[in-house]
Design a protein around this ligand. Structure first.
Ligand SMILES: [Zn+2]
Length: 115
């Protein structure tokens, strides 16, 4: 079974984000909600190359999804590759309109589909 390999889920709001995420770091996250069996249903996967906390605060204001999971990444490249894996593992989540995009100044390719 596919796994996000992230901590959570937590409520997607500023107070919770401030309490949970204590460092400025690249990272990955998923937005979604838990179903009646307490399973986290992934609606969107994303990453930040520099500060996953600020990215989640942006989503707290702009997403209909009530919960999030997250993980820190050791580098922007690690974050990109994990985002690609999450995207494919969860069958192109409903709110992801496009495949994860690499940074403009990189030549990285997706480790799953090599697109
Ligand atoms: Zn891919």
């Amino acid at each position: 079974m596919a796994t996000l390999d992230m901590k959570g889920p937590f409520a997607l709001n500023d107070a919770t984000i401030d309490k949970i995420i204590l460092k400025e770091s690249a990272g990955n996250y998923a937005l979604g909600q838990t179903n009646d069996k307490d399973v986290f249903i992934v609606s969107y996967v994303g990453r930040s190359d520099s500060d996953v906390k600020q990215r989640l605060k942006h989503w707290a204001k702009n997403s209909k999804r009530p919960m999030f999971k997250y993980s820190y990444a050791t580098s922007p490249k690690t974050a990109f590759e994990k985002e690609c894996k999450n995207y494919h593992d969860f069958d192109e989540p409903a709110d992801n309109d496009i495949h994860p995009d690499k940074p403009d100044n990189s030549s990285w390719s997706c480790p799953v589909c090599s697109c």
